[in-house]
Write a protein of this length. Structure first.
Length: 560
C-alpha cells in the first residue's frame, strides 16, 4: 500500500518545501499539524444551508464525512457551496435561479478544489440541483471522489394519512376549486414537512440519489437512507474512508462514469419511475465527463425496462418505503438477475456492480413497493421522449399512473407560467385544451423554470387527465399528469413552439412518442417569416450570463 505522502497527487505543490512556508502557515491557523502535511488533502464540499429542509442538516453529515476521511488517513477540509430551495422558489420569478444554481454549485466546488489543489473530494448534496451540481464538479475536477446524499425526509401525517410537499401544492388546487376549506389547506401545510430531508417521493432529489448510486458514485444502499437516521451519518463516515481508498488504488471518476454506467443509471431510473429531470441531469453529467449520452439512449433503454416501483407522485409510497423494501440495491439485484444491468461496471467501493450486489440482500419477502418483474406497473419505462414538428430535438414526458396518455386538442398559448396559471385559476381552461407555456426554456426563461405549482393546481382542480400541458420549461419531480417539458429547440431560439397560436390542433401521444401540430408547411413558413426573437428577459448578472452560455435542453442545458 502506498504511503500517505505518495497520495498527495496535487497538494504537494501547495504544501511542500521552504517556498511554501506561507501556505503552510495559513493552514496551521485552521488546525493543520506537521502530520497533516504528510497526508492527502481531501475536500468535503457541503451544501449546508438553512434555506431548505433538504440541506439544513448537512453540517452534521459533513462532520461525519470529515471524521471518515481522518480515519482513512487523509487530511480533511470542509467547505461550503450554495443551494436554493425549489419548493420555495416554485411558482414565481425565483424559480429562474434554480437550474442555473446547478452550474453555480459545480463552478464553486471546482474552483475550491482547483485553487486549494485538493487530492480528493467528498461532495454532499441534499436538494434537487445540489446533486447534479456536485456530480458536474466531480466530473470536472478529475480527482478521486465520492458523492453523499443528505437523505430523504420522513412523510408528514394529516388526519391519519401521509402527506408531503406535493400534497400541499395539490391542496392549493383543491382549495381553489372549493373542494377543501382554508382550515384543511392550513392543516396540510403545517403537516407536510416534519423535519430535515429532501422531498420524500420519487421526485428529483430521490431520483438523482438513486441514479448516482446506480452510476457507482455513491456507496451501495445510501440512496434510500432517511436524513435523520444514524445510517445516514454512517454513510457519510464510510464515504470519507472510501475516498482515501480510491486515492490509494488510483480510481478516478473517469474510471467509473462509463457509457455502460450511464446505461445502468437510466435503467434504474426507469424501473423506479423517476423524475423527468433525470434526463437533463444525466446528459449534462455524461457530456461533462466525455460520454456521448443523448435522448436516444433513454428511448433505447425505456423500451426494454419495465416500470416496477409504486412511488409518488404517480404511485402511493415514498422513499423510506423503498428503503424498507430493500432499497436501490434490492431493485438493482432484480434488474441484474434479469440481464438489464452491466454488472462489470466499477464503483466507488473499488468493486464492480455485480460484486456489490452479490453482498446485497434481495427485496424483502412480502414488500409492496416493487411489483413482480412479470407483472410490472407498466411494461416499458415511464419516461418517454416525444418528437414531431413541435419538438425536432425532442421533448420529455412521464406517463406513469396515467389512464390517458394521448390528447388532441386546441392550443391555449401563453408566453409565461404566470399567465397560464392565472388562466387555470380563473377557470379559463377547459377539459380537452392543451396549455402551451413557452419562452420558459434555458435561454428564454432564462433558467427553464419548473412548473409544479401550475401542474398541481391543474390536478387539484380535477383536470389532470383531461388537459394537456406542453412547455419548453421543465417540471418538478413531483409533477404528474399529461404534461410534456424540455421541448427543444425552445421558443427563444425560434423553435416551432414559438410559432403556435391559440386554437392550433396539438397532438400529445405518450405511447407512440408524438408531439405535433396540424399546420401546413406553407403556414409554418409564413409564421416563421413573421416571427421576431424577443429581447432577453434578463441581460445582466447570473441569469444574463446563463442565458448567453447555456446549451439546449436536449444537450443537458449546460454552460460549459
Amino acid at each position: 500500500m502506498s504511503s500517505d505522502k505518495s497520495l498527495k497527487i496535487r497538494s504537494s505543490v501547495a504544501h511542500e518545501g521552504p517556498f511554501r512556508a506561507a501556505n503552510r502557515a495559513m493552514l496551521r491557523a485552521v488546525g493543520f499539524s506537521d502530520e497533516d502535511f504528510e497526508k492527502p488533502l481531501v475536500g468535503v464540499a457541503s451544501a449546508w444551508s438553512e434555506v431548505t429542509p433538504c440541506n439544513v442538516h448537512l453540517d452534521k453529515i459533513a462532520a461525519a464525512a470529515k471524521s471518515g476521511v481522518r480515519q482513512g488517513g487523509g487530511a480533511p477540509q470542509i467547505f461550503n457551496t450554495i443551494t436554493v430551495s425549489d419548493g420555495i422558489a416554485m411558482g414565481h420569478e425565483g424559480m429562474r435561479y434554480s437550474l442555473p444554481s446547478r452550474e453555480v454549485i459545480a463552478d464553486s466546488i471546482e474552483t475550491v478544489v482547483g485553487a486549494q489543489r485538493m487530492d480528493a473530494l467528498v461532495a454532499i448534496g441534499g436538494c434537487d440541483k445540489n446533486m447534479p451540481g456536485c456530480m458536474l464538479a466531480i466530473a470536472r475536477c478529475g480527482v478521486p471522489a465520492v458523492f453523499v446524499y443528505g437523505g430523504t425526509i420522513l412523510p408528514g401525517n394529516y388526519e391519519g394519512r401521509e402527506v408531503d410537499i406535493v400534497s400541499v401544492f395539490e391542496a392549493v388546487g383543491r382549495y381553489n376549486s372549493g373542494q377543501i376549506d382554508a382550515a384543511e389547506l392550513r392543516g396540510v401545510e403545517c403537516s407536510a414537512c416534519p423535519g430535515p430531508g429532501a422531498c420524500g417521493g420519487m421526485y428529483t432529489a430521490n431520483t438523482m440519489s438513486s441514479a448516482i448510486e446506480a452510476l457507482g458514485m455513491s456507496l451501495p444502499g445510501s440512496a434510500t437512507n432517511v436524513a435523520v437516521s444514524q445510517a445516514k451519518l454512517e454513510d457519510a463516515e464510510a464515504a470519507g474512508r472510501a475516498v482515501v481508498e480510491l486515492l490509494r488504488h488510483g480510481i478516478y471518476p473517469r474510471d467509473i462514469l462509463s457509457k455502460k454506467a450511464f446505461d445502468n443509471a437510466i435503467t434504474v431510473v426507469m424501473a423506479l419511475g423517476g423524475s423527468t429531470n433525470a434526463l437533463l441531469h444525466l446528459i449534462a453529467i455524461a457530456r461533462t465527463i466525455g460520454v456521448d449520452l443523448s435522448l436516444a439512449d433513454f428511448e433505447r433503454i425505456g423500451r426494454r425496462v419495465p416500470h416496477l416501483c409504486d412511488l409518488r407522485p404517480s404511485g402511493s409510497m415514498v422513499m423510506k418505503d423503498l428503503g424498507a423494501a430493500g432499497g436501490v440495491p434490492g431493485v438493482m439485484k432484480l434488474l441484474l438477475d434479469k440481464g438489464l444491468l452491466h454488472g462489470e461496471c466499477l464503483t466507488v467501493t473499488g468493486r464492480t456492480v455485480e460484486e456489490n450486489l452479490a453482498m446485497a440482500e434481495p427485496l424483502r419477502p412480502g414488500q409492496r413497493v416493487v411489483a413482480p418483474f412479470d407483472h410490472p406497473l407498466r411494461p416499458t419505462g415511464p419516461l418517454v421522449v416525444l418528437r414531431g414538428n413541435l419538438a425536432p430535438e425532442g421533448a420529455v414526458a412521464k406517463v406513469s399512473g396515467l389512464k390517458r396518455t394521448r390528447i388532441v386538442g386546441p392550443a391555449r398559448v401563453f408566453d409565461s407560467e404566470e399567465a397560464a396559471t392565472d388562466a387555470v385559476v380563473c377557470n379559463r381552461i377547459q377539459a380537452g385544451d392543451v396549455i402551451v407555456i413557452r419562452y420558459e426554456g434555458p435561454r428564454g426563461g432564462p433558467g427553464m423554470r419548473e412548473m409544479l405549482a401550475i401542474t398541481a393546481i391543474v390536478v387539484g382542480k380535477g383536470l389532470g387527465e383531461t388537459v394537456g400541458l406542453i412547455t419548453d420549461g421543465r417540471f418538478s419531480g413531483g409533477t404528474h399528469g399529461l404534461v410534456v417539458g424540455h421541448i427543444a429547440p425552445e421558443a427563444q431560439v425560434g423553435g416551432p413552439i414559438a410559432l403556435l397560436r391559440d386554437g392550433d390542433l396539438v397532438t400529445v401521444d405518450g405511447e407512440v412518442g408524438e408531439l405535433s401540430v396540424a399546420i401546413s408547411e406553407a403556414e409554418w413558413a409564413h409564421r416563421r417569416q413573421e416571427w421576431r426573437q424577443p429581447a432577453p428577459r434578463v441581460s445582466t448578472g447570473v441569469l444574463g450570463k446563463y442565458a448567453r452560455l447555456v446549451s439546449s435542453a436536449a444537450d443537458g442545458a449546460v454552460t460549459g
